[in-house]
Design a protein around this ligand. Structure first.
Ligand SMILES: Cc1cc2nc3c(=O)[nH]c(=O)nc-3n(C[C@H](O)[C@H](O)[C@H](O)COP(=O)(O)OP(=O)(O)OC[C@H]3O[C@@H](n4cnc5c(N)ncnc54)[C@H](O)[C@@H]3O)c2cc1C
Length: 396
């Protein structure tokens, strides 16, 4: 959506295909980081964006057994917004879609699922798709595969990926939040358990981390046993866990971390999770996908508009984004190996890792994880031009 929008904003004809009828699904994550908010500012949309209902996270802490450790303080970031905005990704996507529709060359096709690539003389020249009106073919100078971590485009492309593995999956559910609850978004690690709680105003969005492949065992033990585990971990939720009436309210999000060796073929470029599936650690996947989109638009808008795109352009996009992706995934893998895996395996109360203790003793150090989390490696900036846009529907 972001790439389609930026290309259309620069006058390139774009068709964005989305297989679902809307963006209203739960698996998407909820964080919009300062690096993405900075892009909204560069586009002149920050005020409108922050007009959407959201919560602002300025500090993050983790509770390890009974010890609270402040991990991240965003107050000193070199960005306009010194907070992470929490809002459902469907609101973010609807916002981007509304901006995209202001440009005459932007087309969003909902309920349209890409099913295969069109190949002529070794070059990708478009996609085959299934729409409510039947099968259609869309020809294009460039196909961009950004269909997520179960990408059809990736599997049809023949591009090869390296799997890095993940020790966990996530159970994703909501529990109501009371005014008297803590305000801060936080994580809690205890013997064999790990939960992350996102303050979403009148409810907690909970990410209960489980050992990979253990969901069948948890379901077999029944919803009552699961409620007890949640309440034992977070006693202040004991009066509310009954809101989880059945496992229908608890969604399984399967975690994987992988990366394509090569992100392109002539006529095709892969971006976002389709090029590099991200672990949920740090909640950076959405922002990394957005950064890919900005880097791609910066490099591709002019050659696409002039219809003189070359494989060197595609190669250049990968060259720009490969390092920040590798570095981010490496940090996620270290956290998986050193913190998440051992916490899930442990049967005794975990100790606070030495590094985390240092963050508590020297708060100035909290600026380092803040910077890595909120801005990341090699932040991108909008370099694409803007053609004339129509005003947003409903605005002057
Ligand atoms: C448990 C979990 C929690 C996470 N929490 C966060 C978080 O809080 N913050 C964060 O930043 N990241 C989070 N992530 C990572 C984040 O979800 C991804 O990194 C991010 O969504 C990638 O964006 P994307 O645009 O590449 O792919 P996606 O967001 O997966 O979007 C792909 C889109 O393509 C559509 N699609 C798929 N196939 C087709 C097809 N064949 N034809 C047409 N359309 C198709 C899909 O419907 C979807 O809309 C989390 C990941 C997991 C596993």
């Amino acid at each position: 959506m972001m790439l389609g929008l930026l290309l259309a904003r620069a006058g390139v004809e774009v068709a964005v295909l989305e297989k679902h009828a809307d963006f209203l699904r739960d698996f998407r994550g909820d964080t919009v980081h300062p690096s993405t908010l900075e892009l909204m500012h560069e586009l002149g949309w920050l005020e409108a964006f922050l007009g959407l209902e959201h919560q602002e996270v300025r500090r993050l802490s983790v509770q390890i057994a009974d010890v609270h450790v402040r991990m991240v303080d965003l107050a000193h970031l070199p960005t306009r917004c010194k907070f992470i905005a929490l809002l459902p990704q469907w609101d973010f996507l609807d916002f981007l879609a509304a901006q995209g529709r202001r440009y005459p060359t932007f087309a969003l096709h909902l309920c349209t699922e890409a099913t295969d690539l069109l190949v002529e003389s070794g070059r990708i020249v478009g996609v085959r798709a299934q729409s409510p009106d039947g099968e259609l073919t869309v020809r294009a100078d460039l196909v961009v595969g950004c269909d997520g971590r179960h990408s059809t485009v990736r599997s049809r492309s023949g591009l090869e990926s390296i799997e890095y593995g993940a020790p966990m999956d996530v159970l994703w559910f909501r529990i109501s939040r009371k005014e008297s609850d803590a305000a801060e978004t936080f994580g809690h690690v205890d013997a064999g358990a790990l939960i992350v709680m996102l303050n979403r105003g009148d409810y907690w969005q909970c990410a209960f981390v489980i050992a990979k492949g253990s969901v069948d065992r948890i379901r077999a033990a029944g919803i009552g046993a699961f409620r007890e585990r949640v309440a034992a971990l977070l006693p202040f939720l004991a009066d509310r866990v009954a809101e989880l009436a059945s496992f229908d309210e608890v969604k399984l999000l399967s975690v994987r971390v992988d990366r394509l060796g090569k992100w392109w073929r002539p006529g095709l470029l892969m971006l976002g999770d389709a090029a590099h599936a991200m672990s949920p650690i740090g909640g950076v996947g959405i922002n990394l996908a957005v950064q890919d989109a900005v880097a791609a638009a910066n490099r591709l808008a002019v050659p696409l508009k002039a219809r003189r795109l070359t494989t060197a352009d595609l190669q250049a996009v990968q060259a720009r984004r490969a390092w920040p992706t590798r570095a981010t995934q490496r940090l996620q893998l270290i956290m998986q190996r050193r913190v998440v895996g051992p916490a899930l395996e442990s049967t005794s109360k975990p100790k606070v890792p030495r590094l985390f203790k240092l963050l508590g003793v020297f708060p100035v150090l909290q600026r380092i994880p803040a910077r890595l989390l909120a801005v990341g490696f090699r932040p991108e900036h909008i370099r694409t031009p803007e053609v004339r846009a129509a005003p947003l529907c409903g605005s002057a």
